[in-house]
Design a protein. Structure first.
Length: 175
């Protein structure tokens, strides 16, 4: 068993996968709505003005489809993992490309730094989804159960909390 699948970290990874799949499904249901998510070990938030029944339906469909083998739904192009990975690669490549050499003036380093940034962005877009698949999400859901789907509002902002629970014996976790 993978150590990343144990305890609270494993729950975060499974919830992160369901959150991504839920957003994929909600995006098809409500393409004109802006939404985002954030996961924890107890569930996840879906931010956006969405109907509670849409969210509940999308979560249940997400769980079913991931369990049926549609693991690609656990990976999302707008995941924070991709954004952070791309940022780190782009910043590092820009700095490395812009230093050294015979160029003394900053303006002479700009073309190399620009190419470095492009290389970093490309690498981030390739590596980010791999990191999602191997580190930040897990499509091995076991017996995932939706405990609650609650809508919350603050002024004109709204979000949903999706509480999740996993049966320990289904994931070979200690009781």
């Amino acid at each position: 068993m993978n150590l990343l699948d144990l305890g609270p970290l494993g729950a975060v990874r499974r919830n992160h996968a369901i959150e991504h799949a839920t957003i994929h499904i909600l995006t098809r249901m409500a393409p004109d709505r802006s939404m985002a998510g954030r996961s924890s070990n107890r569930g996840f938030f879906i931010y956006g003005d969405l109907e509670t029944e849409w969210v509940r339906s999308a979560v249940e469909e997400a769980i079913r489809r991931i369990k049926d083998g549609e693991h690609y739904l656990a990976i999302h192009p707008n995941c924070g993992t991709n954004l952070i990975t791309t940022s780190v690669f782009a910043a590092t490549a820009t700095m490395l490309a812009g230093v050294g050499g015979r160029r003394r003036h900053l303006v002479d380093r700009i073309p190399s730094a620009f190419v470095g940034a492009l290389v970093g962005v490309f690498l981030g877009q390739v590596v980010g989804p791999v990191l999602q698949q191997r580190l930040t999400t897990s499509a091995e859901l076991g017996e995932a159960q939706v405990v609650t789907v609650q809508r919350h509002e603050f002024g004109r902002r709204s979000w949903h909390w999706v509480g999740m629970e996993y049966l320990p014996h289904e994931l070979n976790l200690p009781s």
